[in-house]
Structures are given as structure tokens and as C-alpha cells.
Design a protein around this ligand. Structure first.
Ligand SMILES: NC(=O)c1ccc[n+]([C@@H]2O[C@H](COP(=O)([O-])OP(=O)(O)OC[C@H]3O[C@@H](n4cnc5c(N)ncnc54)[C@H](O)[C@@H]3O)[C@@H](O)[C@H]2O)c1
Length: 261
């Protein structure tokens, strides 16, 4: 067992489910103090319980907040600092998939909603966490982009715009803050079996969504969904000091999908 996070404060948005929960578990077993942010109170409680099961000593703060609202973002940052005094690592991860539709049928309100959470939310997180890290002279940020942020996938106007934007924000802020000892990187997951993906498969065919899933991943070189814990371990590495020289770039975790187009 490594102990890369002993006494480190890790702030995770979207910590109530899926990839955020997996990252929380991965850093908690290595000693992290956790601030978990989500709009789902039940999700936060489930993650906190799962963390306490594998890391009974872990200090966990559950923060109910919407990443798309600036007043909520300033509050999740100030609550984290009041509880733990600093932010060493930030998994800027909360997101939604949104509806799937051809561009001409893609609702403008749906577009705004997906962009507000997936892009504005990431920007606001950077805006309010990076100054702390600059003052500390250290810190690591991992933004969650997507294969849909580095390649065209289709039927995802809002998601594609937002996730390409997340890659842009990552490059921009990594270049700005590297000189202060702060690294900013993004991960680009392919299809990972989380509640978000299950929901979008059910949108396509509520009865036969598992079969839809099998067909969906048959185009992946590894012919399977990724597991949330595989992303959690990558996030933990990238959030740790070991990855301090990886900056302003995006790391795919997709079984090779993005190389196959
Ligand atoms: N699962 C995949 O295949 C996949 C692939 C590529 C990228 N991603 C990205 O990974 C991230 C996590 O997704 P996931 O698969 O774990 O999904 P998930 O639905 O399991 O978890 C997302 C969490 O974010 C929370 N959330 C949603 N809107 C929020 C808001 N406005 N403020 C705060 N929290 C909010 C949800 O309540 C949920 O707990 C997202 O950014 C998603 O776009 C996922």
C-alpha cells in the first residue's frame, strides 16, 4: 500500500457517484482528508459510508453544492478550507451527459444546461481553487473531460462543446499556473460503466439497454466498458505528487477507443 495522500486534502466534485466516488476511495485508503461535493445528498452519504468502510480513520466532509452556481463554488471552497486549512489536490469532475440528439433537434436549453454544469462548473472550480494553490506554491488539479472532448462522437452537441472546452481550459490554466508549482491536467475517459452511462443506455432502449451496451463497446479495441476503479486509480496517480510534472495536457483512459477513429 502506498501512502501518497497522508495529510493531503483532496477536494472532489461529483463525489457522490461513479468516477468521483472511485477516486475518493482510491485516495482515502492512502490517507487523504476528503471534501466531497455533489448535488445529491444521498450520493454523498453513500460515498462517505463507503470511504469509512475501507478507511475508518478518514476525515470526510460532505458538501451539498451545485458546481454551475458561483456562490455554491465559493462555498465549497471555503467550507473545505475551514475544515482542513488547504486544498492539495482537486478532482474537478462533476458532470452530466445530457440528452442525445442530432444537432438540429438538440434543444437550446439542454445545450445551456450541459454547458453550465460540464464547462462553466469546471471553469468556476479552477477560478476559485487555483488562487489557493498559487498561494500554497503547490497543488494538482485533474479535470474530467471525455473521449467526446478529444474526438467527435455524435448526437452530443452540448457534451462535445463542453468537454472540448474542458480540454481547452486545462491547457490554458496549466500554462498559467505551472510556474507557481501547480499542475493542471485532464483525463478523457471512454465508456466507463457508471450510473451516468447506464442512464444513457436506458435512454436509447429502456428494455434492452444491456444488449445496447454490448453493441456499443464492441467497437472498442478491448470490447468492454471501463471500470470506475480503473479511472479512480488514474485520478489518484494524477492527483498525487508523483504526477507533478504532467501539466496542461489530457490523458485518455478508453481502452484505445480514441486511437481507433
Ligand atoms: N462514465 C463515463 O463513461 C464517462 C466518460 C467520459 C467522461 N465522463 C465524465 O466523468 C464525470 C463523472 O461522471 P460519472 O460517469 O461518474 O457519472 P455519475 O452520474 O455516476 O456521477 C456524476 C456525479 O456528479 C453529480 N453532479 C451532477 N451535476 C452536478 C452539479 N451541477 N453539481 C454538483 N454535482 C453534480 C451527480 O449527482 C453525480 O453524483 C462527468 O464529468 C462525466 O462527463 C464519464
Amino acid at each position: 500500500m502506498q501512502d501518497r495522500f497522508t495529510d493531503k486534502v483532496v477536494l472532489i466534485t461529483g463525489g457522490g457517484s461513479g468516477l468521483g466516488r472511485s477516486a475518493a476511495l482510491a485516495v482515502a485508503v492512502e490517507g487523504a482528508k476528503l471534501a466531497l461535493v455533489d448535488v445529491s445528498e444521498a450520493g454523498l452519504a453513500e460515498t462517505a459510508a463507503a470511504v469509512r468502510e475501507i478507511a475508518p480513520q478518514a476525515e470526510v466532509r460532505e458538501i451539498l453544492a451545485d458546481v454551475s452556481k458561483e456562490e455554491d463554488v465559493t462555498r465549497y471552497v471555503s467550507e473545505t478550507v475551514s475544515a482542513f486549512g488547504r486544498v492539495d489536490a482537486f478532482f474537478n469532475n462533476a458532470g452530466i451527459e445530457g440528452k442525445q440528439n442530432l444537432t438540429e433537434d438538440f434543444g437550446s436549453e439542454e445545450f445551456d444546461k450541459v454547458v453550465a454544469i460540464n464547462l462553466r462548473g469546471v471553469f468556476l472550480g479552477l477560478k476559485h481553487v487555483l488562487p489557493l494553490m498559487r498561494e500554497q506554491g503547490s497543488g494538482s488539479v485533474v479535470n474530467t473531460a471525455s473521449v467526446g472532448g478529444i474526438r467527435g462522437v455524435g448526437n452530443q452537441s452540448g457534451y462535445a462543446a463542453a468537454k472540448h472546452g474542458v480540454v481547452g481550459l486545462t491547457r490554458n490554466s496549466g500554462i498559467e499556473y505551472g510556474r507557481f508549482g501547480v499542475s493542471v491536467k485532464a483525463i478523457a475517459p471512454g465508456a466507463i460503466m457508471t450510473p451516468m452511462v447506464e442512464g444513457s443506455l436506458k435512454q436509447i432502449d429502456p428494455e434492452n439497454w444491456e444488449e445496447v451496451g454490448r453493441q456499443f463497446v464492441s467497437v472498442n479495441p478491448m470490447n468492454r466498458f471501463g471500470r470506475p476503479e480503473e479511472v479512480g486509480h488514474l485520478a489518484a496517480f494524477l492527483l498525487s505528487d508523483q504526477a507533478g510534472f504532467i501539466n496542461a495536457t489530457v490523458i485518455p483512459i478508453d481502452g484505445g477507443q480514441s486511437e481507433k477513429y
